[in-house]
Design a protein. Structure first.
Length: 157
């Protein structure tokens, strides 16, 4: 039974390879009967395209540095800026709840509540105009409009 299967498979493989070889040899021969050449019929009319090229632009690959100097005068006006009173920041809207650390990168992330909304922020990120400058275990440094302060962690007991 095994010998019979082997013989059948061997005949099948030889037949497939013979078919592949025949296709390759017949494809390489110069005898191409399937391609027929058709005569080209022209109507006698040929359309000519005309183009007008505008070549009066600067060459983008050849840049010459020409120093063109013009007499430029600067007009300087002295404007007095009115003194604005220092803005007082209400730091009570910012509450620091705690710190998380990324185990693989060891990057601290602070849990911050600003105006009642909680955010997860990293160092040098900004939320609602408040920039978290530094994160340590028990406090964070927050900057707002060129003013900064340290805010201690809120006890949640």
């Amino acid at each position: 039974m095994k010998n019979r299967r082997v013989i059948i498979l061997l005949v099948l493989v030889v037949g497939i390879w013979a078919t592949i070889g025949y296709k390759i040899v017949s494809g390489l021969s110069d005898d191409h009967e399937s391609i027929q050449k058709r005569p080209v019929v022209s109507s006698g009319k040929t359309a000519s395209d005309t183009f007008l090229l505008s070549l009066d632009y600067a060459d983008p690959f050849f840049k010459r540095k020409e120093a063109i100097r013009q007499n430029k005068t600067k007009i300087v006006q002295h404007v007095q800026v009115p003194n604005t009173p220092a803005v007082t920041v209400d730091w009570n809207v910012v509450k620091f709840s705690g710190t998380l650390y990324n185990a693989s990168k060891n990057v601290p992330t602070a849990i911050v509540s600003i105006n009642g909304f909680e955010y997860f922020v990293r160092e040098s990120e900004s939320v609602q105009g408040f920039k978290i400058s530094e994160i340590v275990r028990d406090s964070i440094r927050v900057s707002y409009q060129n003013q900064s302060t340290y805010i201690k962690r809120v006890n949640l007991n």
